[in-house]
Design a protein around this ligand. Structure first.
Ligand SMILES: NC(=O)c1ccc[n+]([C@@H]2O[C@H](COP(=O)([O-])OP(=O)(O)OC[C@H]3O[C@@H](n4cnc5c(N)ncnc54)[C@H](OP(=O)(O)O)[C@@H]3O)[C@@H](O)[C@H]2O)c1
Length: 320
């Protein structure tokens, strides 16, 4: 069984550094992925209503708990409030729906998936008109205030945000009653997020890096990262060979050693197990620097799809 390490959150709670990502894990397969992950030491599961597989994940979680592989209090279960539910009155029902699907009576962490709201149209996660997402500019601070109530009511232990930029975070920190415990952002060798990680550390916010393997399965049309797959980068391959590890293990270790949490997605049992074996080797300072030097500002998930790049709260700058 792989060991795991933890980050202490501002609230004093602990978040396992390694988590299982679940975006694009199909409902029929993700139950087994959860079983394999938990049996191999994963304690942190990253979910979202947007991924349309929370019901299947809930079945996997129920099974793994029933079979006694782990206790609920040892798991760290994350979900995310989707953009359609930014209106104050929609926040609690959205959270309760994720909890119902995941079959849990509390979430360890609930993240605002992005600062950008869109229109709430029943049954449509990305309501569109003329090929563009129908935006709404509800202030994300209003949404945050409704998320704070979820903590007060004991539905969620921690709240945080994803895909916020530094200005948005500064505003959140100055106006929030409950400070965010976690900031979740894309982070890998081509998008090292040095400034944002330093800012989060300065403010005591824990950082989770998503798409640590550069998200080679992403469905978006050719974008800023294409055709790069970090696992094929010669620098990564060379370091992996030197340690007798896989490129994926090196890229996950890169995040772990940066003292952030990371959530590689896999639905393939051999990969899930391989990705958990990242606590028994160390990259040298020179190797960490070499990996950092691959930064080119490229993103796998820039969110500038379907006109979202024009949203009032679109978080990413031109250089990103
Ligand atoms: N907050 C946000 O806005 C946001 C955005 C994006 C992602 N996320 C979260 O972060 C998670 C991870 O990011 P991601 O899904 O974009 O991509 P990722 O974890 O960077 O890459 C996943 C891809 O790598 C493959 N893979 C995994 N382990 C491998 C291994 N050992 N060898 C070779 N290939 C391997 C997977 O295939 P197999 O499944 O076949 O292993 C899958 O195609 C997501 O699932 C989601 O939970 C959050």
């Amino acid at each position: 069984m792989a060991s795991t390490t933890f980050l202490t959150l501002p609230s004093g709670r602990r978040m396992p550094q390694l988590g299982l990502g679940t975006w694009l894990s199909p409902p029929g397969i993700v139950q087994d992925a959860i079983m394999v992950a938990v049996k191999n030491g994963y304690r942190h599961i990253d979910c979202a209503y947007l991924y349309e597989n929370e019901g299947a994940i809930g079945e996997g979680l129920e099974k793994v708990l029933k079979e006694g592989h782990v206790k609920r209090e040892d798991l760290f279960i994350v979900s995310k409030l989707w953009n359609s539910y930014h209106a104050c009155e929609d926040v609690k029902p959205a959270c309760l729906e994720s909890m119902r699907l995941l079959k849990v009576d509390y979430l360890d962490l609930y993240l605002m998936h992005s600062p950008m709201g869109n229109k709430n149209v029943k049954g449509e996660l990305m309501p569109q008109k003329d090929g563009k997402v129908i935006q709404c500019d509800i202030d994300y601070m209003e949404t945050w205030k409704a998320m704070e109530k979820l903590v007060d009511e004991g539905l969620v232990k921690s709240i945080g945000v994803a895909n916020f930029n530094q200005c948005q975070l500064e505003r959140l920190l100055s106006e929030a009653t409950i400070k965010p415990d976690v900031l979740q952002e894309e982070r890998h060798i081509y998008q090292t997020q040095c400034a944002l990680i330093a800012f989060a550390k300065l403010k005591g916010i824990a950082f989770t890096g998503y798409s640590p393997l550069t998200s080679p399965q992403r469905p978006f049309p050719p974008g800023k990262l294409d055709p790069k797959n970090g696992m094929e980068d010669p620098v990564v391959k060379e370091i992996a060979q030197k340690h007798g590890r896989s490129p994926a293990q090196v890229m996950i270790r890169f995040n772990i050693q940066s003292k952030i949490a990371t959530i590689p997605k896999s639905q393939t049992p051999a990969h899930i197990i391989e990705n958990s074996k990242v606590f028994d080797f160390c990259l040298s300072d020179a190797e960490m620097k070499k990996l950092e030097s691959l930064h080119c500002g490229a993103r796998a998930v820039a969110w500038d799809i379907l006109g979202m790049g024009t949203h009032k709260y679109y978080p990413f700058g031109k250089d990103q």
